[in-house]
Design a protein around this ligand. Structure first.
Ligand SMILES: *Cc1c(COP(=O)(O)O)cnc(C)c1O
Length: 296
């Protein structure tokens, strides 16, 4: 299935009412026929919904859809993008670990490194993202995570994911990419070797300023500890917000096409304007490079 069809057709199974649009499951918990069924559910002998902090049909629909769009097999959804970043890192890191990160990051991500992880003896080093030799030079024996945003918010710094994924593999580090600005429509970081993909679904994914949401995507093996951490610490996405975001994704392709066309028109205007000396060359180059566009 192509991107648009995947974004529309990945829906939860119909209920006995044969609805056209997925219903909203606003429920904290799920009920059981008897004690045996409950026990089987609570001890993971059967795969079913138990409690909406763990899983919910609307959240599962969103996850299933985004996993298919990003090319991953597993994921978790959180109440915000920061919830996704913090949960993914907190699940995988421990005291004494070190993070190697691009210096072009979203503001609250710096706060996690500098004001929260520092209290727990998880240290970090920032790297000028386009200096590959610098990344290699700053790896430490305790580096466990290489973390980037590409293109970054707000300066649109673009980073070579393939090169960093090779560096991460050679040094047994996780490679985590915040793909919020490109969205899966324009870029799939797992194709370039990312172990974990982060999204703030609040931005282009919803695209209409209605809800916050976050996603962590990857293979089951890397997602499992994050799922455990999230289930028991509770950054869960509300079913209502998941329902909205799942609908939002149905129009993501159309909206991204228009965003790119608008950005190109502005870039061309600025480039020709006699009073403009400098503009964001990175993004301009990207939208001119048709290879960057997955489906075209
Ligand atoms: C907004 C944003 C976040 C944080 O997401 P929230 O949903 O606001 O918590 C993380 N990364 C990037 C690149 C963002 O733009």
């Amino acid at each position: 299935m192509n991107f648009e069809t995947t974004a529309i057709k990945n829906q939860m199974p119909k209920t006995l009412y044969s609805e056209h649009s997925s219903p909203l499951f606003l429920t904290s918990s799920f009920v059981f026929e008897d004690l045996a069924e409950m026990e089987a559910a609570f001890t993971d002998q059967v795969d079913r919904n138990v409690y909406s902090r763990y899983s919910n049909p609307n959240v599962d629909e969103l996850l299933h859809k985004v996993c298919n769009l990003e090319g991953t097999t597993s994921g978790i959804a959180t109440a915000s993008g920061m919830g996704a970043i913090f949960t993914a890192m907190a699940a995988h890191l421990k005291a004494g670990d070190h993070i190697l990160a691009s210096n072009a990051l979203f503001g609250s991500t710096y706060k996690i490194f500098e004001n929260i992880f520092s209290k727990w003896n998880i240290t970090h080093t920032y790297v000028q993202p386009d200096h590959l030799a610098d990344w290699e030079a700053k790896i430490q024996p305790n580096t466990k995570l290489i973390y980037i945003e590409t293109p970054s918010n707000p300066l649109l710094t673009v980073i070579d994911m393939q090169a960093l994924s090779e560096l991460a593999k050679a040094n047994h580090c996780l490679f985590m990419v915040d793909n919020c600005f490109a969205t899966p429509y324009l870029q799939n970081p797992v194709k370039f070797g990312a172990d974990l993909v982060i999204h703030s679904a609040t931005k282009y994914m919803d695209g209409q300023g209605r809800v916050l949401g976050g996603l962590v995507l990857g293979d089951a093996q890397v997602i499992e500890p994050i799922q455990f951490f999230a289930r028991h610490t509770g950054p869960s996405l509300s079913p209502f917000h998941a329902w909205i975001l799942s609908k939002s994704l149905e129009t993501l392709a159309l909206r991204m096409e228009r965003h790119c066309a608008n950005a190109l028109a502005i870039a061309v205007f600025l480039e020709q304007h006699p009073k403009i000396k400098r503009y964001f060359t990175h993004f301009y180059r990207l939208i001119h490079n048709t290879n960057w566009r997955k489906n075209k």
